[in-house]
Design a protein around this ligand. Structure first.
Ligand code: CO
Length: 215
């Protein structure tokens, strides 16, 4: 049997099993979503958010891209962020990187990858910002791991540079930004950064929210 057909069969078995466990589940899910979390993760197949956090349908609003990036010209990311913060009113945004990330590793190297160069350029900027710290680490694998940690932390900081997040904080909305790194080799998450307000954000990134211009 072709592998894609197996997915359809497995879906059927899953739907029947869920229905048996909780006959109301799909009716409840169909009535709307109220997730408390927005997850910004890597597209890597080994970091499936609901599995590694032992959560269920409806718990987590999700955006994934190569190397869990928060890029300020990415309309996809910004639309997800705006909807999650302003409409769903999520209380936590988790940027989750992972050790062994091929995207960060590619940014560490010098291969000319065409279109991918443009995406990876954003990760190279994280390297430049933390160059002395990364280069002080012994061994290439450890250096890449440190780069991965700093990238997740920088992407959480990038969230706080958006007017979307700053406006939510100005409105008194509870919104916590997290920088995590998942270790594929152990299955464990490392909690590395928490941002609850703009107190550590450099002044240059702060917007005058009284101006009336929304985005
Ligand atoms: Co990755």
């Amino acid at each position: 049997m072709d592998v894609h057909k197996r997915l359809i069969l497995q879906n059927k078995a899953w739907a029947e099993e869920q229905q048996e466990k909780n006959p109301e589940l799909f009716k409840e899910l169909a009535s709307g979503q109220h997730p408390k979390f927005l997850w910004i993760g890597c597209s890597d197949s080994r970091v499936p958010v609901n599995e590694i956090t032992d959560t269920h349908s409806g718990d987590i609003f999700v955006h994934r891209n190569i190397a869990n990036m928060v890029v300020h010209t990415d309309l996809n990311l910004l639309s997800v962020l705006q909807y999650a913060v302003e409409v769903l009113k999520v209380e936590h945004i988790i940027v989750c990187g992972h050790y062994g990330c091929g995207g960060v590793k590619a940014a560490f190297e010098h291969n000319n990858l065409g279109l991918l160069n443009k995406w990876l350029r954003n990760i190279k900027d994280v390297y430049r910002t933390h160059k002395s710290e990364i280069e002080a680490v012994d061994g290439e694998e450890n250096r890449i791991n440190r780069f991965i940690e700093l990238n997740a932390e920088e992407q959480a900081i990038n969230l706080s540079k958006t007017s979307i997040v700053q406006q939510a904080w100005a409105n008194g909305q509870k919104l916590m930004l997290h920088g995590w790194v998942f270790d594929i080799a152990t299955g464990l998450v490392h909690d590395r950064k928490l941002i609850e307000n703009d107190s550590e954000l450099d002044e240059i990134y702060k917007y005058d929210l009284e101006s009336g211009v929304k985005y």
